[in-house]
Design a protein around this ligand. Structure first.
Ligand SMILES: [Zn+2]
Length: 336
């Protein structure tokens, strides 16, 4: 086959772009050991570095077929503006998920009060950025912060993104502090709704998944990062059975390839169920596109072209191309 196939652009609903620098570095043992290296990298960031390095990584995303990105940002307000400039220069639609961080992490992540956090969000909105709110996690935000951020998001109809159930230790700590699991705490504090995106949900139990389903929240799966960090497997079949909307993110950016994220998602589901085609190809394309865009509050984003003459599509019949892209191609099929 010659020529190209037009597809909607992919939407990368969850990225920490500075973490691209960590790939390949020995940061062994477990998630918590990796996190030490990540915090050291975060400490080094300046507006100038964000402006140049994020543009380079956003260009990689653009070349891989992502044309919109949600930047889950906890490096500070000047750096948020630098990220927005980098995205504009790279030609990728950006939603800046400005992170609320009350405790833990490093000093630059934290605001002194939730009022100070919301003032930062207002500043970014006044500066013309497309913004969502992002209480980092139930580790980083106590219940009163979660309540205040959720109330603001509801009043302003803004996306609310939050990490939850990525690691068992986070669940143990939440049970010890609040007597409930992370997604239950999010429900109790008003954080769950149709504009909510929960990142990971790797270790969510049945009751937590029921809460996500009943409130209309979206789950963002980041399979290549979840593999890299040893997080575990998305409960793909249990999410599918409840019709919880899914989307994808490159998260730590160890890999930047939407086809691979979607293939992993389906691969996890197959390993868990012993069945093939758990998610239909068109469903996977929705996860990779419109459901991510909805979670980012993005209404339009550029399309992409795929090279039908690419060697990885050799011998594929025209009617099988869309499925073959998901089954057997990498992001190098995208025409840059
Ligand atoms: Zn993340």
């Amino acid at each position: 086959m010659a020529g190209t196939l037009s597809l909607p652009g992919f939407v990368n609903a969850h990225s920490h772009t500075f973490q691209r620098a960590l790939r390949g570095r020995a940061a062994g043992r477990d998630f918590w050991a990796w996190r030490e290296g990540m915090l050291a990298e975060a400490e080094k960031q300046t507006s100038e570095l964000v402006r140049t390095d994020y543009e380079a990584t956003y260009r990689e995303m653009r070349a891989a077929g992502y044309t919109a990105v949600g930047e889950f940002h906890y490096l500070g307000v000047p750096e948020a503006h630098a990220a927005a400039e980098a995205a504009a220069a790279a030609g990728i639609e950006l939603t800046l998920l400005h992170v609320a961080y009350a405790r833990g992490g490093i000093a630059r992540f934290r605001q002194e009060s939730v009022a100070a956090y919301l003032a930062e969000v207002e500043t970014l909105r006044e500066g013309g950025l497309r913004v969502g709110v992002a209480p980092h996690s139930v580790r980083a935000c106590p219940a009163d912060w979660l309540e205040a951020v959720a109330a603001y998001a509801r009043a302003e109809s803004l996306p609310l993104h939050v990490h939850a159930d990525e690691q068992p230790r986070e669940i143990d700590e939440c049970l010890a502090e609040h007597g409930c699991r992370p997604v239950e705490l999010l429900a109790r504090t008003g954080c769950l709704g149709e504009l909510t995106m929960v990142v990971h949900a790797t270790h969510a139990d049945g009751a937590e998944l029921d809460l996500l389903a009943s409130t209309g929240a979206t789950v963002c799966a980041c399979p290549t990062t979840e593999a890299d960090l040893g997080d575990g497997f998305l409960p793909a079949e249990r999410i599918r059975a409840r019709a919880i909307p899914l989307c994808i993110g490159s998260d730590s950016n160890v890999r930047i390839d939407p086809f691979e994220e979607l293939r992993e998602l389906e691969g996890i589901a197959r390993r868990q169920t012993g069945r093939r085609g758990v998610f239909a190809p068109e469903e996977l394309y929705r996860f990779g596109g419109e459901q991510g865009a909805r979670a980012l509050g993005v209404e339009s984003w550029p399309g992409i072209e795929v090279d039908l003459g690419h060697r990885s599509l050799s011998g594929v019949a025209e009617g099988h191309v869309r499925a073959a892209l998901l089954a057997g191609c990498g992001a190098d099929v995208v025409v840059s």
